[in-house]
Design a protein around this ligand. Structure first.
Ligand code: ARG
Length: 583
């Protein structure tokens, strides 16, 4: 089913093409910036006028006339009024009948609220991607939830999504860790206990590495053995990796993030391909040796004083780098997966890395022209002190601890609001609210900016927060429970008040925001939408009696509440947030 904006674009586009005589003119329909003048506006007339040497306002008038003719006598017409404004904008108001018709169609088939895109794409989303030497920490939170949301949005629009968790499992640190494991191995129980806390395990190994030269040497030798394919080293390494992945999967499960072991795209996967990447670059004449290292120099990468900057793909000791592995993975994503888009949801501090890798991949033909490579960068989570978020003692904040704390805090909150509820129920609600609060805090911020982590704000019932949205949903569910009999059969029949109209319009606009998130990759656009939706709902709820209204008005309002439920549930599901019956 076409959404409102698509319907308007089709109709106004046809009128504009008729009036301008330009077969390829675009109406450029967007949500109105000032709702008092209309629901939508068409901004495409000015560009078309420029191209056909017409006066913009005149062309706008002619377009409006063409809209009128096209719709005349058509009961299905959706535009109630079209009016020229300013230098040549067209303000568009939808007819109430069209809104009601569209709403009823969605009631009959709620999934049709967000229709699939006509062209199915294959989209790789590379996200989360922690380094397995350590435990996941707060720095992984943003990329993990943003990537998860994007994956859900693409799938909802009918695209094929290939999730890739590009974990770091192959660097020099692993030599140190397996050397340390070999020492503890004499005592299997102790080793198992130590591995339970990867963060302190890493610290202990690092401490020994720094203090004990002999151990450091053993560590260096074990990397060489490992990367050379020594069976025993590989076995010890595998054990560590499995333990570390178990930690990650626990976190994903707790967060409700859809990453499985089958989505792994570990760095080690590319071990055998790296020499081939380098030789392919050499065959293409892209390689240059510089200080013993194999480098690619591209004209677009220069230092401030105009010196060429290298992208190093092999060190002088023969070792490969992060960039080499990423080149190998681009080759896979382009040649084997034949993807249309490949997204990297990674901290903005890696921007230069991705610019370089993308440029080399293009130059070498590792990425086909049809593959769009996109770094979906995000900022850092800061503490109240304006520095990256740390514990009081200055340690990294483990993600597992942070999520525990979220659920505990939510439990205190729910208990305070709802002391009468039994404890089991309160715990269940707290698990949903706590995790939702943390995820929503990430998703609702513009991903490019750093933001200050603050428990008070994210767990507040006021403002653009998960508790506020979830609370609005429980209001909806409670109305629908009270009207349980027959609510499924209710239909919209009228829009008796301005609040009803605004709410219905808002509900039907959900797909426009979902498409925007798919193209721009900013989940906060969907969060803002849901926040406005909640506002529209609350205004309706406070001003329009539902259960006490006359039967016909009541049923139409119940239908509207049911539609609001669909919009909330579907919108929140795209953020990876479940709704609650009560809280
Ligand atoms: N493991 C890397 C890190 O911890 C992030 C990997 C991101 N993905 C990629 N294909 N480079 O910084």
């Amino acid at each position: 089913m076409e959404n409102l904006r698509q319907q308007l674009s089709r109709i106004v586009g046809k009128a504009l093409r008729e009036a301008s005589g330009l077969a390829d003119s675009e109406p450029n329909v967007i949500t109105a910036s000032r709702p008092q003048f209309g629901d939508y506006q068409a901004n495409g007339v000015m560009a078309a006028a420029g191209r056909s040497a017409r006066k913009p306002r005149q062309l706008a008038e002619a377009t409006v006339e063409a809209i009128g003719e096209a719709q005349e006598g058509d009961a299905q017409g959706i535009i109630a009024s079209a009016a020229v404004a300013g230098p040549g904008f067209i303000n568009l108001r939808l007819s109430d009948a069209a809104l009601v018709r569209h709403g009823n169609a969605v009631l009959g088939d709620p999934q049709a609220l967000i229709a699939p895109r006509p062209k199915r794409q294959k989209i790789v989303v590379d996200y989360s991607s922690p380094n397995l030497a350590k435990e996941m920490h707060v720095g992984h939170l943003r990329g993990t939830v943003i990537g998860d949301c994007l994956g859900r949005v693409f799938e909802r629009l009918g695209h094929e999504v290939i999730r890739q968790n590009h974990v770091g499992d192959w660097g020099t640190q692993f030599g140190m860790l397996i050397a340390y494991m070999s020492e503890l191995d004499a005592n299997a129980e102790l080793l198992q206990a130590e591995l339970e806390d990867l963060e302190s395990f890493y610290k202990a190994a690092k401490g020994k590495f720094d203090a004990d030269a002999e151990f450091a040497e053993r560590a260096r030798q074990s990397v060489v053995r490992l990367q050379g394919g020594d069976a025993e080293s590989l076995q010890v390494w595998r054990r560590f990796i499995d333990e570390s992945l178990r930690h990650c999967q626990d976190i994903y499960q707790c967060l409700g993030v859809d990453l499985q072991l089958s989505d792994l795209d570990a760095e080690s996967r590319y071990n055998d391909e790296l020499p081939g990447v380098v030789s392919e670059l050499r065959e293409q004449g892209l390689l240059e040796e510089s200080a013993g290292a194999q480098c690619v120099f591209l004209p677009e990468f220069q230092s401030k004083d105009g010196e060429a900057l290298p992208v190093i793909v092999q060190k002088s000791d023969g070792g490969y780098l992060y960039a080499t592995t990423d080149l190998a993975s681009i080759r896979l994503r382009s040649r084997n997966f034949a993807a249309d888009r490949s997204l990297y949801v990674v901290d903005s501090r890696q921007s230069l890395h991705f610019e370089q890798v993308f440029a080399v991949a293009r130059a070498a033909g590792f990425a086909s022209a049809q593959l769009s490579l996109e770094h979906i960068a995000h900022g850092t989570i800061m503490g109240q002190d304006g520095r990256p978020y740390k514990t009081r003692s200055g340690d990294v904040v483990k993600l597992a601890d942070l999520l525990d704390e979220a659920v505990q805090r939510a439990f205190a909150l729910v208990s305070e609001k709802n002391p009468a509820l039994d404890e089991g129920e309160r715990r269940k609600i707290a698990a949903t609210v706590g995790i939702a609060a943390v995820k929503y805090a990430e998703l609702s911020k513009n991903r490019m900016s750093d933001y200050v982590f603050d428990w008070q704000t994210m767990l507040s019932f006021d403002g653009n927060t998960a508790p506020y949205l979830l609370y609005a949903c429980t209001r909806i569910k409670s109305v629908l429970r009270k009207h349980a009999e027959g609510s499924a059969a209710c239909r919209l029949t009228q829009l008796a008040s301005g609040e009803e109209r605004s709410l219905l319009l808002k509900i039907l606009q959900l797909p426009e925001f979902v498409e925007l998130v798919a193209s721009e990759c900013y989940p906060n656009l969907l969060c803002n939408y849901l926040y406005e939706l909640a506002g529209s709902f609350m205004r309706f709820y406070e001003n329009c009696p539902i259960l006490k209204a006359d039967a016909q008005v009541r049923d139409s309002r119940i239908a509207l509440v049911r539609l609001a439920e669909h919009a909330f549930e579907q919108g929140l599901a795209l953020l990876g947030i479940e709704t609650l019956e009560r809280m």
